[in-house]
Design a binder for this molecule. Structure first.
Ligand code: MV4
Length: 586
């Protein structure tokens, strides 16, 4: 059995993994960026080590820094959580080359599934079909017109090296083929750095149904039922449930068996998820996610199986302790993602800042997987998932009622959250009747007038400064770094060197640009996903100007001063670098 796990992540998933390790008697090593110095995952782990840096690229994606912590701590495994290094074959190879286990699949499986065409071919090889389409790259618009003539429109054009729906273009009829190809290639290049594209028939009202699989290193592979993740907006899931409801059990079983075939076809080991689209009684393979997913607890509540425990045991070389026949789905579970975003008017604007109050619900069938406590701060630099509420009920209506009850008990202050949107979805008759699809939140759900939490009161927490202090432990002299309030009197062992150094605070760079210059700049490299203003608009200081997607998250870039927009220099889909001017205010 593994003895010390380095958790290469932060927030709720790092906490989740630390909890599983503690139950198994395994020591935990947290790593942290400068901003996460005293984050919840750091407080909970047995030991914690700094990676340095603020952005994900400088910290949680710094391979050298993580390898260094592995060396220093003697960790014998790394759990990558989701995001960051979880689907990075090079990272998995770098640690396994040093004899350290990667708690996840083999790098070859990560690579096969990372490329959408090879992932489709891998499924086809084992007789699992995707949406009718091709595994050939599109080189000539004539290919698309021939496909449209045979299978009908609309046709979906997708990025071969993409994912998450970015770069997908829907072609309504043959007159739109050329333009769709060009724009799909342009987007693919800007998001993924490669412009290869392929096509499929486009399904108009699909549900997103996925299958949890678990495989060991002895050739055993099982599926742990299904989840429905159709309640999403702009490819961000809001609510997930297990099992997928209102679908013939035989179809669900066939989907489960297809998922196992896909996993076995690529010698998959550890936990993974096979995604399908479901429409009119038919299911179609979409892709495989080679990681533990955010929504894994919904499966845990209906199977009674701790997925993280199983991941660790599989990575330790143990065989699965159950067979497919022994897995039973009991009742229904709903997971609600609570993000620090303001859903008012359907905008879902990021709302970073300090959490001044947080009360999680409890009671029968109610689980809270949080990444923060009151007093912690949601940084604009990372995913803004505050935590997940997962409720179990003996059937779907009971689970819905319980989740609504729990959401009523939940209190988060200081930041706006997605709770009002979550409630609107759960209370909607379409959701109860299962007539929703992947487009329902964006096209049907009405979020006008939805109230977000009251605005954040000004933070009265004093900024901390760094002081270097010399201490003696068991007769050995150490120099320690301390983070203390600026006004605190210097400890008696006065700083020998360095003196006070003020850390850069997240809030300070909330909107880029030097104050007052009127130039609105982006704080980091990324893609413009929304432009909120046009030349001539009047804006107030603090108004969002553009939404920047960086490190898989959306960040608001705001006006630093009030005035009139003189110029907008970017449009949706543009790639920008840190410090680029996106608009000018006069
Ligand atoms: C599709 C589709 C309809 N037809 N492919 C979006 C995410 C990416 N992994 C695949 N996606 C889709 N592919 C065909 N041929 C609709 C979607 C889709 C979607 C899929 C799953 C969950 C949410 C979605 C939201 C919009 C579109």
């Amino acid at each position: 059995m593994l003895s010390k796990v380095l958790v290469a992540n932060r927030g709720e998933i790092a906490v989740r993994v630390i909890r599983a390790c503690r139950e198994l008697g395994i020591a935990t090593v947290a790593v942290y960026s400068d901003l996460d110095r005293s984050a919840l995952h750091v407080r909970m782990a047995d030991e914690a080590h700094a990676l340095g840096g603020q952005t994900a690229a400088e910290s949680y994606l710094n391979t050298e820094a993580i390898l260094d912590v592995i060396e220093r701590t003697g960790a014998d495994a790394v759990h990558p959580g989701y995001g960051f290094f979880s689907e990075n074959a090079d990272f998995a190879r770098a640690i396994t080359a040093r004899g350290v286990a990667f708690i996840g699949p083999n790098p070859e499986a990560i690579e096969v599934m990372g490329d959408k065409i090879s992932a489709r071919q891998a499924a086809e090889r084992v007789g699992v079909s995707g949406v009718p389409g091709t595994t050939d790259l599109i080189t000539d618009p004539e290919q698309v017109r021939a496909f449209g003539a045979e299978h009908g429109y609309p046709v979906a054009i997708k990025a071969a090296y993409g994912g998450g729906g970015r770069g997908m273009k829907v072609v309504a009829d043959e007159s739109a083929v050329e333009e769709a190809i060009e724009s799909a290639q342009r987007e693919a290049l800007s998001y993924f750095g490669r412009d290869e594209i392929y096509m499929e028939r486009y399904l108009e009202q699909p549900r997103h149904v996925e299958v949890q699989v678990l495989a060991d290193s002895h050739g055993n592979c099982v599926y742990l039922g299904t989840r429905d993740c159709s309640a999403q907006r702009r490819h961000q899931k809001l609510i997930e449930e297990a099992p997928a409801a209102g679908i013939d059990p035989e179809v669900l079983a066939a989907m489960g068996e297809a998922a196992v075939k896909v996993a076995q076809g690529c010698d998959y080991v550890n936990a993974g998820t096979v995604e399908f689209l479901y429409e009119d009684g038919q299911f179609y393979y979409l892709e495989m996610n080679t990681r533990l997913q955010v929504e894994h607890p919904a499966t845990e509540l209906v199977t009674g199986i701790d997925l993280v425990e199983q991941q660790i045991k599989v990575a330790s070389g143990e065989p699965l302790p159950f067979t497919q026949e022994e897995i039973e789905i009991s009742g229904h579970a709903i997971e609600v993602r609570i993000n620090a975003e303001d859903p008012a008017e359907g905008a879902f604007l990021p709302s970073p800042g300090p959490i001044t109050g947080l009360r999680a619900p409890s009671g029968y069938g109610t689980r809270w997987d949080g990444g923060y406590e009151a007093g912690d701060e949601i940084s604009q630099f990372y995913d803004n998932l505050v935590g997940k509420l997962i409720c179990w009920g003996r059937d779907r209506p009971t689970a819905i009622a319980r989740t609504l009850r729990a959401l009523d008990e939940m209190e988060v202050s200081g930041v706006a959250t997605t709770i009002p949107a979550d409630k609107a979805i759960l209370a909607h008759p379409d959701f109860a009747a299962l007539t929703h699809s992947t487009k329902w939140v964006e096209e049907t759900l009405d979020l006008t007038g939805v109230k977000s939490a009251p605005a954040s009161p000004p933070s009265d927490t004093e900024p901390l400064v760094q002081r270097d202090i010399d201490v003696e432990v068991n007769g050995q002299r150490y120099s320690v770094k301390m983070w203390v309030p600026e006004t605190a009197s210097a400890p008696s062992a006065a700083p020998a060197s360095g003196g006070a150094k003020r850390p850069k605070r997240a809030a300070a760079s909330k909107s880029g640009g030097s104050a007052g210059s009127g130039e609105v700049t982006v704080p980091m490299q990324g893609t413009i996903v929304k432009v909120m203003v046009a030349a001539g608009d009047t804006v107030e200081a603090g108004d969002p100007i553009v939404v920047l997607e960086a490190m898989k998250m959306e960040n608001n870039v705001c006006a630093e001063k009030s005035g009139t927009i003189a110029e907008v220099r970017v449009s949706e889909g543009d790639s920008v670098g840190g410090g680029d001017v996106v608009a000018v205010i006069e």
